[in-house]
Ligand binder design. Structure first.
Ligand code: MG
Length: 252
């Protein structure tokens, strides 16, 4: 079902009631990377499956969509814990993540998500700060950001796996993102494609816009705490002028 301006108004009213705040004033967008900036999740999932298989651990690709947003070390520990294999040392987690990262690189560069650059450009043109908030430590992708999204994410406005103690679904990455932008929760939207990322943005108190760009069903996104949900970046893009007019009243 196509969203319209009333869905945005209803989502805002529900957010204000939930947060107990009188208004929302959009000043910053906290933006996830995988599945939002890049169509990278299928490659990540394949790279993880291959690394785990090399350890004799069988995991379906779907696992890694559900774990999306967690840091690499957290994903490794989660899978080992589920199998009663005990805790992984930080050194071993680093070694295993390096194998996964190399597998990912071998699969070739992921494509940029269509229209995301237009969405972020429009946010910038409307005076909305942009902060990257990713659980990724995949340097091969992080290194491309400035080239692929020129002028979108200032160097000092990036939160990656290296910057947090507790990654998504904990609120810390988005709290750090807000601190970098100098904004409060009722001034920040989160743009996410994964349930754990949505949970993190929700726990941080932000207005969370979910976009289902992968195989995870919409119900999981709502359950995780999405305030607004789009079935594609194109639909999000189409409604962006309305989102700006409602969440950023000074834009009128
Ligand atoms: Mg993502």
């Amino acid at each position: 079902m196509t969203k319209d301006i009333y869905d945005i108004k209803n989502a805002l009213a529900a957010y204000l009631a939930r947060r107990g705040v009188p208004e929302f004033s959009l000043k910053a967008a906290l933006v996830d990377m995988d599945g939002v900036l890049y169509d990278s999740m299928p490659r990540h999932a394949r790279a993880w499956v291959k690394m785990m298989a090399s350890l004799g651990i069988e995991c379906p690709e779907e696992y890694f969509y559900l774990y999306e947003g967690m840091t690499g070390a957290a994903i490794i520990n989660q899978i080992f814990k589920e199998r009663g294999m005990g805790e992984v040392s930080p050194e071993e987690a680093k070694r295993l993540y390096a194998i996964k990262a190399a597998n990912f690189v071998a699969l070739g560069q992921p494509e940029m998500m269509p229209v995301t650059i237009d969405i972020l450009g429009k946010l910038r043109d409307n005076g909305v700060k942009r902060v990257l908030v990713t659980g990724s430590g995949q340097q091969s992708v992080l290194d491309r950001l400035s080239r692929d999204y020129p002028g979108i994410f200032p160097d000092d406005c990036r939160v990656t796996a290296r910057d947090v103690v507790h990654g998504k679904p904990a609120p810390e990455p988005y709290e750090k993102g807000m601190a970098l932008a100098g904004v409060a929760p009722c001034e920040a939207i989160v743009i996410e494609n994964a349930p754990l990322g949505i949970m993190a943005g929700h726990a941080a108190g932000c207005f969370v816009i979910g976009v289902t760009t992968g195989p995870i069903p919409e119900a999981e996104m709502w359950k995780a705490g999405a305030d607004l949900l789009f079935p594609s970046m194109s639909e999000f893009h189409a409604l962006l002028p309305d989102i700006l007019s409602i969440l950023k009243p000074s834009n009128l």
